[in-house]
Every structure is written in structure tokens, then in C-alpha cells.
Write a protein that binds this ligand. Structure first.
Ligand SMILES: Cc1cc2nc3c(=O)[nH]c(=O)nc-3n(C[C@H](O)[C@H](O)[C@H](O)COP(=O)(O)O)c2cc1C
Length: 407
């Protein structure tokens, strides 16, 4: 099984050169660029399709130091819908093929480990309650009879943390070089952290220290399960993007807690999928295409009638999270990955000059996996990605891809 050959790289920790190598535990990345998790929609009945392997191989060929497979649910209940993959023995073979393929190009592979919490329309849970820190209405699952979530009991909380650990071990056995714990975007861990969503009155709710108990348990169980050499990254919110949600003052404390608990890097993002989905991306809302891609008739109608009212638009700006992300950069010493609106050579230099260790990109690489090669030779290169977000509507339709040229 080919692992990436790292002997040819030398690290220069703290370097402002995004093309210099960096070490995360024993993993040496050939440069500071990470393909961020963007749900690929390339699964058939929960099994990774060949298309998924091709997608990540193409990204690897484009030159990033590490690519990230999106949405590896840690158990069946952690899937937002039943096409998505959850980590179990049955998916290891295609995942091994994926990591082998990516490693051929000296690119590392990470996988995002996640659980959706209350936000699910997984048909394999039909009629059952989704799990969440507190009882909540699950608009997304109405058609499957999953109207409300159940407030998790202590056994379910511990069992889910154990599932995160088991999933991390499976990912490691399939050749992944790192795992990323999804603590943002309104998924389960983010639901625990969010002050308005988590209304528990026990040890897992109320104060930030209590809301952090489950996220830190997940990190600790994963670390114990994968050992000291294996990098564990955490993707967390800077701001949930709505009143009452997580704000930067608490995000700074969360970052510090994750640093103390031994996370290897923080990937900073924001937004809450069921409430402020475009806060994390910015740009256009491809409503017509989202309606077309929706398979359930009632959801289609709801989107058509209420879409413009309920889905808020946020204008795109290059490096849109930089002001908030800078506050976390100042607060911790650990490696911090900047993410959000990275589109140009100049913008990348600005991010590195502000002390970030790595840069993650989503849409610029969906548009053109060779983006990294293009900025290397051109100090004024700007990605033609116009943040139309058609790739978002397309992911659950025929798999994530750029549609700019088809408009
Ligand atoms: C099509 C698409 C799918 C996405 N899926 C995920 C996902 O599965 N997990 C996640 O953490 N973020 C997801 N994101 C958010 C991206 O990782 C990233 O935070 C966001 O696109 C902003 O980065 P960018 O401006 O470089 O695209 C997705 C974004 C896009 C465009």
C-alpha cells in the first residue's frame, strides 16, 4: 500500500511561503494547501463510487498537500440522507483505493468525520427520532416522519463519541493520513457548542465549559484510539451566523480548549447549514437549481415558495473570514488553517503574512484543480470561480463540479 514519500521535503515551521512543507505530528505535507471538505455526492447507496476516487485523484494531481474526503458519517444515524457514506468495514476497500490513488501524487488524504445531529432525512431512520443535544424540530426530515429530535441521554453521548473514535480507526486502516472532526456548520458537535441550540440543563449544556464537554470527549476518544502520531484536525465555527448562535468571543475560548486538548490544527469556518447555509460560502444562491436537485416534492414546493425568504444571501468578498479568523490566530499558538473565499495569489500572501500556517480551499479547486499550479507561476493570478454556487446545487444531483461554463 503506497504511503506518501516524504523524504524529499524539508520543513520550515512558521514559514510564510505557502509552498513550503509543514509537519503535523509525523505527517509531512509537501505544501500548505488543503482541499477543504466539499460534499462530493459521489456515493451510491452509501458506497464510495469510482467517481469519488477520480475526483480526489484529480485534486491530488493539481498539487495540494492534502485533500479531504467530505462527510464520513461516524454511524448510520449521523447521515443527513441515506446516499451518504458512514464508516464501516464495507466501505474500506474503495477508501483504500482512494488513498492509494491520491498518495501516488505525494498528496496526503484526510477524511471529515461527522454526525448530522437533528438535521437528517435518512430513510433508514424513517419514523425514528434524530439525535441532538436538545429536542428540536427537524424540518429537513418531515417527509420521512422524523419531525423532532430526541435529546441525547448520557449513554447516547458516550456511545456517539465512541463511534467517532471507531470511525477514526477505520479511516486510519483505510490509509488516511489524518482525520478532521467536523465541529462546525450546525452538525451535531456544533449543535452542542451553540448556546441557543443546546438547551440542556445537565453537564453537557449551559456554560461553555459544559457545552465543550462532548466535543472534547470526541477529541480525546479519537486521540486515544488513533495514537500519538496521527494528526487530528478540528473544523470549527467562528460564528454561527444568526442571533443567539455561537459568536467569536466563545469561539476564541473553544479554540484555546481544543489547543489544550491536543488538536493538531484548527480549520476555521462559520455558518449553520439548517439556518444560514450560505454564510459559510457567500455569493449567489442557486435557488432554481436547488429546487431542481431536490428529490422530494413537498421540499421542492417549500423551497420554491419560501426559498427566497428563508435562505439569506451574503455578498462574496475575497478572504471573507479573515477579520474573524485573525482573532483566533492571535489567541492560539497551534497551527491554524485559513478557509473562506481564497481566490488569488495576492490574497494567499496576505493570509500567510497574517501568520496562518495553512490554507484550505473549496470552490477555487472545484473550478480548477490546477489552481495551485497556476498561482505558483503567477503573482497576480485570480481564480475565475465567480461564486455562483451552482456546485452546491449540483453535489446531490450528479456530483460536485463547476458549472460556470454551462451557464
Ligand atoms: C459544494 C460544496 C460542498 C460543501 N460541503 C462541505 C462539507 O461536506 N463539509 C464541510 O465542512 N464544508 C463543506 N463546504 C464548505 C467548504 O468546505 C468551505 O468552507 C466553503 O466553500 C468556503 O470555502 P471556499 O470559499 O474556498 O469555497 C462545502 C462547500 C461547497 C461549495
Amino acid at each position: 500500500m503506497p504511503r506518501i514519500n516524504i523524504s524529499e521535503f524539508r520543513t520550515d515551521e512558521g514559514s510564510q511561503d505557502p509552498f513550503s512543507p509543514i509537519k503535523l505530528r509525523k505527517l509531512l505535507l509537501k505544501n500548505r494547501f488543503i482541499k477543504s471538505a466539499t460534499y462530493e455526492g459521489m456515493y451510491r447507496g452509501g458506497m464510495p463510487a469510482g467517481q469519488l476516487i477520480d475526483f480526489h485523484t484529480r485534486i491530488a494531481l493539481g498539487g495540494v498537500g492534502m485533500t479531504t474526503v467530505a462527510y464520513g458519517a461516524v454511524n448510520n444515524a449521523g447521515r443527513t440522507h441515506d446516499e451518504q457514506m458512514y464508516l464501516h468495514e464495507g466501505v474500506l476497500e474503495p477508501l483504500q483505493q482512494l488513498t492509494d490513488s491520491v498518495h501516488q501524487y505525494q498528496c496526503a488524504a484526510s477524511i471529515q468525520l461527522t454526525h448530522c445531529g437533528y438535521f437528517s432525512k435518512n430513510k433508514q431512520l424513517a419514523g425514528k427520532k434524530t439525535l441532538a443535544p436538545s429536542r428540536r424540530m427537524n424540518m429537513y426530515g418531515f417527509m420521512e416522519g422524523m419531525f423532532f429530535s430526541k435529546s441525547m441521554d448520557a449513554g447516547e453521548i458516550i456511545g456517539t463519541a465512541e463511534d467517532f473514535a471507531r470511525a477514526a480507526v477505520l479511516a486510519k486502516s483505510a490509509g488516511f493520513d489524518a482525520v478532521e472532526i467536523h465541529m462546525g456548520h450546525g452538525y451535531l458537535i456544533s449543535q452542542f457548542l451553540s448556546p441557543i441550540i443546546n438547551s440542556r440543563t445537565d453537564d453537557y449544556g449551559g456554560t461553555l465549559q459544559n457545552r465543550l464537554r462532548f466535543p472534547l470527549m470526541v477529541l480525546e476518544r479519537i486521540r486515544n484510539a488513533v495514537g500519538g502520531d496521527f494528526p487530528v484536525l478540528c473544523k470549527m465555527n467562528l460564528d454561527d451566523g444568526f442571533r443567539g448562535g455561537l459568536k467569536i468571543d466563545e469561539s476564541i475560548q473553544i479554540a484555546a480548549a481544543l489547543e489544550n486538548a491536543g488538536a493538531d490544527a484548527l480549520i476555521l469556518s462559520g455558518g449553520y447549514t439548517s439556518r444560514t447555509p450560505f454564510y459559510l460560502m457567500r455569493g449567489d444562491i442557486p435557488l432554481t437549481q436547488m429546487i431542481r436537485a431536490e428529490s422530494q416534492m413537498l421540499q421542492k414546493i417549500a423551497l420554491a415558495v419560501f426559498g427566497r425568504i428563508i435562505i439569506r444571501k451574503y455578498p462574496f468578498a475575497e478572504n471573507f473570514f479573515l477579520p474573524l479568523a485573525g482573532k483566533i490566530r492571535e489567541a492560539v499558538k497551534m497551527p491554524v488553517v485559513y478557509l473562506g473565499g481564497v481566490v488569488s495569489s495576492e490574497g494567499i500572501n496576505r493570509i500567510m503574512n497574517e501568520g496562518f500556517d495553512m490554507i484550505a480551499l473549496g470552490r477555487a479547486l472545484i473550478h480548477d484543480p490546477d489552481f495551485i499550479k497556476k498561482i505558483r507561476g503567477n503573482r497576480s493570478f485570480i481564480s475565475p470561480c465567480n461564486h455562483c454556487n451552482l456546485c452546491v446545487a449540483e453535489m446531490d444531483h450528479s456530483g460536485v463540479r463547476c458549472l460556470i461554463d454551462e451557464k
